[in-house]
Ligand binder design. Structure first.
Ligand SMILES: Nc1ncnc2c1ncn2[C@@H]1O[C@H](COP(=O)(O)OP(=O)(O)O)[C@@H](O)[C@H]1O
Ligand SMILES: [Mg+2]
Length: 351
């Protein structure tokens, strides 16, 4: 049995017609780190708040461990669900020391136990010497670690984190992604994170849940999600892609598109009519005698690679040029002809 289960969970807010979360089914294993990823307004926070018990679903069932915490005639109050929350702005009490912030959630414990546990979790997050400081005396990254320590202190069943990295600058963000995941792993904590940033999701998750308009689009490991996006939404939201119309060739291993015949990662089991093909820009590799060639219309430098917009001779002017990533050390000029190959592993048929 999975550790956390959401079954047909729907939330329709008062006075709104469209569900914020629509018939959501999701199962999470013990110790897993799962990220809800999607654009703003797609229902991520609502989902998290229903699991925590701050928001009541309109329909469905939620189970944590072997306890049903919500169904149509029962709702366990938030403080009894064993859920630790880390909020976007950390929500530390400014007038309490770090130690007291952490002890706050342990009100049922003896004074001695509370103090010991606060010290223990502060050491876990590398802030053993900070017990007597106040939140404003800490950096953003340190405050975030305190928020995590506070969430972990009562030995929760699950830690829920809403946009945990969004208020950190790029460098610190990368560091905190790594540190937070390390702490969650070390304590075998089950965690559900919410983010609209795919880099966050890719860096920390065992599995990613992509949502749009309250509906789960795909649940997959980061690698699967990138290589085999299920539909156009996922292909375009997670990374960049080239979406082309195509028809499957009789050998069931290639697809005909306006850029020519493209090889699929594996042979299809059955014939399909008009299909959509996603080709990742990383899957197009410049090579001297490549199978495809076109004219470079535009170049964008991203620092890590250069993004080439290439128009093939088979393309009409109203079709989008193909996006290709080229290594930054490769000299390419606008107006020049480039030839390239396409790696089948980064080609996917999408709904
Ligand atoms: N308390 C509320 N009352 C009414 N509508 C809400 C409330 N909270 C969120 N919504 C709506 O529900 C949808 C999902 O919101 P939310 O879960 O906050 O999305 P996300 O966290 O993915 O940005 C949005 O359309 C939002 O406007
Ligand atoms: Mg939100």
């Amino acid at each position: 049995m999975s550790f956390i289960q959401l079954q047909q969970v729907t939330k329709i807010y008062h006075r709104s017609l469209k569900p914020a979360v629509d018939n959501m089914n999701l199962e999470i294993e013990k110790g897993e780190i799962v990220t809800l990823l999607g654009p703003s307004g797609c229902g991520k926070t609502t989902t998290l708040r229903m699991i925590a018990g701050f928001e009541q679903p309109t329909a469905g069932m939620i189970r944590i461990g072997d306890q049903i915490v919500y169904n149509h005639h029962f709702s366990l109050p938030p403080e009894k669900r064993g859920v630790g929350m880390v909020f976007q702005d950390y929500a530390l009490f400014p007038h309490l020391t770090i130690e007291k912030n952490i002890m706050f959630g342990l009100n049922k414990w003896s004074a001695k136990e509370r103090k010991e546990r606060a010290q223990e979790v502060l050491e876990l997050v590398g802030l053993g010497n900070f017990a007597n400081r106040y939140p404003h005396e800490l950096s953003g990254g340190q405050q975030q670690r305190v928020a995590l320590a506070r969430a972990l202190a009562p030995f929760p069943n699950v830690v829920l984190m809403d946009e945990p990295f969004s208020s950190l600058d790029a460098g610190l963000r990368e560091k905190m992604r790594h540190e937070i995941t390390a702490i969650l792993r070390q304590t075998n904590t089950t965690a559900i994170l919410v983010t609209h940033d795919q880099k966050d999701a890719f860096a920390v998750s065992d599995r990613i849940v992509v949502m749009n308009e309250g509906i789960i689009q795909q649940v997959a490991t980061p690698k699967e999600m990138y290589r085999c996006p299920k539909n156009c939404f996922v292909a375009q939201f997670v990374g960049k892609t080239n979406l082309l119309d195509g028809t499957i060739c009789p050998d069931l291993k290639h697809v005909n598109t306006h850029i020519g015949r493209v090889c699929l990662p594996r042979r299809l089991e059955r014939r399909m009519e008009n299909v959509k093909v996603s080709i990742r820009p990383e899957g197009c590799r410049l090579s001297k005698d490549g199978k495809y060639c076109g004219i470079v219309e535009r170049i964008t430098y991203s620092g890590e690679y250069q993004e080439l917009f290439v128009r093939l001779s088979t393309q009409t002017n109203d079709e989008d040029p193909l996006i290709i990533y080229a290594p930054i050390d490769q000299d390419v000029e606008i107006g020049s002809v480039v030839s390239f190959d396409i790696t089948p592993e980064l080609v996917a048929l999408v709904d």
